[in-house]
Design a protein. Structure first.
Length: 593
């Protein structure tokens, strides 16, 4: 369908679009038109990005950021509002709820102020609420808990306060709750433990309090009553059962959490755990965490007791940071003694600034690629043993923070200079000059700490989603940013030819910028930062004349790709119908190219 839509659109984009309205004779639902007018009325738009929001009908006259579908009734309906990074400020009005068929509400990276209107909870079709990177304040509305189709709530990097609503436990489809970098307070509701579809719970950098609910641990201590679980709201939620069986990433860094760490060993897929920079006390639970875990960061707390042995035998572990706690006793040598020397990638065991005072006798040094840091423990005082002295050095942590590919010296002649021809470094044994497409991509919350061992898996995953061969993708560089988020620059090369044809360019852009592909859980959601045409712009002038200019694509186009969001079957059917009868195409498919 993607392929089909792309090809079709490339052919029909410029000529046929204006006739859509005439052919269908449908116009936008009047209540949705008035909703859009109300929305515009309370936005401040200094760059005049919404200047065409007065030109005829929203769905047929290409209003900026407005995407519609024909759902088969009398009117056309607004299904997506994509207004990310448009320099907008002002408020989001309650009338947004009149967009009753809306699936995507995307105002990422603007400067909206005021509250999130509670009426948003009336839009039962909503799948994605993307309001991250604004100045929104006030409470998270309880009513959001009504949204049974919601898969993502991204409200990170705002000024939201108050508690995380218990009603969020009703979000039975939700996969991503990104609420980091706000001023949320209160306890994490134990009811959230019911969210068995939840993959990422990110609440870093808030002002929570109290303990982590022990119910988060779930499974083994399940209080299974009955599965009549879809009928509660507000504060009187009965304790039904807890099941976080899908949880992949739990990140609650710098949240002022207190109390003990619950036993998280029963969460089968847990891959990334960050509870650092809190005031957690007591000892570390001794049960073994999920075997696929890559990252355990419990640093900067007040944990005491000894380091349990449960951290050994975790084959994918990349980082175990227990630094700046109150741990004492012996250094558990089995943590590194059991590491497979042939493992791919590095392991950092950071125990610095604790009260460790002993090393087991007859211990062997850590294997290559395993870094142990004991600096700042009593064991380091006055020791003359070489091993201890080595481990006690304040060493720089050996995880790759960025990669800049050095151009591999090839024995090929220079490429022609008239286009931006290059050799594909992923295809290094071939002297084949081709023109790449540039893609800036950011993994918003990856499940790894060291990307290097996952590079190949990433290549395979992304290329298969893009229907390319793995060697067509070259990862030029990547760098870790705060979050931590992974910012990367990729190049896509044509296969066995020097240029992608135009429909391929259009298709690749469409797939990456739409909401249609989902990377493996370990890579998490991504944001498209730019899609650079380079000399394709000159090669295919129609790309530019159809709004796909360099300027348009570099910077302003950015979108976060949804989990399992695909165009509805209705639209697919619509496009096919149009094509077979009239050779026209739905506007949405074209606009999102
Ligand atoms: C639709 O609007 C965008 C800007 O909002 C513009 O770049 C594009 O050329 C327009 N397309 C058509 C077919 O009017
Ligand atoms: C937003 O504002 C910045 C700085 O004024 C400007 O460079 C950028 O082009 C604007 N973007 C949009 C979409 O208006
Ligand atoms: C938001 O406002 C701040 C200052 O008020 C400004 O620096 C920033 O560029 C604005 N961001 C956007 C996306 O408009
Ligand atoms: C919309 O939401 C508000 C507040 O949540 C509620 O009072 C109102 O009844 C809802 N309207 C409809 C039509 O559901
Ligand atoms: C979130 O907040 C932390 C702590 O205040 C800050 O260091 C970090 O830069 C913020 N992250 C983002 C993405 O703004
Ligand atoms: C965090 O909460 C405490 C009290 O609960 C309050 O005194 C403090 O100002 C809050 N800090 C922020 C940054 O909101
Ligand atoms: C849900 O609760 C309401 C009122 O509390 C009740 O009328 C309704 O029957 C309940 N529905 C189910 C499915 O239990
Ligand atoms: C937990 O949720 C998973 C996934 O939905 C489901 O397969 C499993 O049966 C649930 N377990 C319990 C005890 O409810
Ligand atoms: C661990 O990860 C591998 C892929 O790396 C996956 O096939 C496997 O199902 C995962 N195991 C669990 C328990 O999630
Ligand atoms: C750990 O600290 C708690 C208080 O936070 C204390 O009750 C407990 O006795 C301490 N345990 C050890 C082994 O020091
Ligand atoms: C250490 O890791 C690097 C890459 O992270 C790998 O190339 C090398 O083979 C590893 N060495 C060992 C001894 O595992
Ligand atoms: C696109 O984004 C990547 C990653 O941030 C960056 O390295 C690259 O320079 C950007 N390209 C353009 C043309 O902005």
């Amino acid at each position: 369908m993607i392929n089909f839509g792309g090809v079709l659109c490339a052919v029909t984009l410029v000529v046929l679009l204006p006739f859509l309205e005439a052919a269908d004779g449908k116009s936008t639902d009047p209540s949705e038109v008035s909703a859009l007018m109300a929305i515009k009325g309370s936005l401040v738009d200094p760059m005049n990005n919404l200047k065409n929001w007065n030109r005829g009908d929203p769905c047929t006259k290409n209003w900026t950021g407005v995407f519609c579908h024909d759902l088969g009734d009398t009117y056309l309906h607004v299904t997506e509002l994509q207004l990310f990074r448009r320099n907008l400020s002002g408020n989001l009005v309650p009338e947004v709820s009149l967009l009753s068929q809306l699936k995507i509400l995307d105002f990422m990276w603007n400067n909206l102020t005021g509250n999130i209107p509670k009426e948003i909870g009336n839009i039962t079709t909503l799948k994605l609420i993307l309001l991250n990177g604004n100045q929104l304040s006030g409470l998270l509305p309880d009513e959001i808990g009504n949204l049974q189709s919601l898969t993502r709530l991204q409200v990170d990097q705002n000024h939201l306060s108050g508690a995380i609503p218990k009603s969020f436990a009703n979000l039975r489809s939700v996969k991503h709750l990104h609420m980091n970098n706000n001023s949320l307070s209160g306890q994490i509701p134990s009811e959230l433990s019911r969210l068995n579809t939840l993959l990422h719970l990110l609440v870093d950098n808030n002002n929570l309090s109290g303990p982590l609910p022990p119910e988060l641990a779930a499974a083994k201590s399940l209080k299974i009553l009955q599965a009549d679980n879809n009928n509660f709201s507000g504060s009187s939620i009965p304790t039904l059962y807890y099941n976080m069986s899908g949880l992949f990433k739990l990140s609650l860094r710098n949240c002022s959490l207190q109390g003990a760490i619950p036993d998280l060993s029963a969460i089968p897929q847990l891959d990334y755990l960050d509870l650092s920079w809190n005031q957690l006390t007591g000892s570390i639970p001794t049960n073994k965490l999920a075997s696929n875990i890559t990252t355990i960061d419990l640093s900067h707390n007040m944990l005491n007791g000894t380091i349990p042995s449960n951290f050994s035998g975790l084959p994918y572990l990349q980082l175990l940071s227990l630094k700046n706690n109150l741990l004492d006793g012996s250094v558990p040598s089995e943590i590194w003694a059991g590491v497979n020397p042939n493992r791919n990638g590095s392991l950092v065991l950071d125990f610095q600034n604790n009260s460790l005072n002993m090393l087991p006798a007859e211990i062997s040094p850590p294997p290559p690629n395993v870094t142990v840091v004991l600096y700042g423990n009593p064991i380091c005082e006055n020791s003359s043993e070489t091993l201890i002295i080595n481990l006690c050095r304040l060493q720089s942590i050996n995880l790759e923070k960025s990669k800049q590919e050095t151009s591999t010296a090839m024995v090929c002649g220079a490429c022609p200079t008239e286009k931006n021809y290059e050799y594909n470094p992923s295809f290094s044994d071939q002297c084949f000059c081709a023109v790449p497409l540039g893609v800036g991509l950011r993994l918003k919350s990856p499940g790894v700490t060291d990307f290097h061992p996952y590079e190949n898996a990433f290549k395979i995953d992304l290329t298969s989603l893009l229907q390319l061969f793995p060697y067509q993708l070259y990862i030029e560089n990547y760098i870790w940013e705060v979050g931590p988020r992974l910012n990367m620059h990729l190049k896509l090369f044509p296969s066995n030819t020097s240029l992608f044809n135009m429909s391929e360019v259009v298709r690749l852009r469409h797939v990456l910028a739409g909401w249609e592909i989902t990377l493996l859980d370990v890579f998490g959601p991504y944001e498209l930062l730019n899609f650079t045409l380079g000399s394709y712009e000159d090669e295919y002038p129609n790309l530019a004349s159809s709004g796909l200019s360099k300027a348009a694509l570099g910077g302003i186009l950015a979108s976060t790709i949804a989990s399992a969001i695909a165009l509805s079957a209705v639209v697919t059917a619509l496009i096919m119908r149009r094509n077979s009868r009239t050779n026209r195409i739905s506007r949405r498919s074209c606009k999102s190219l």
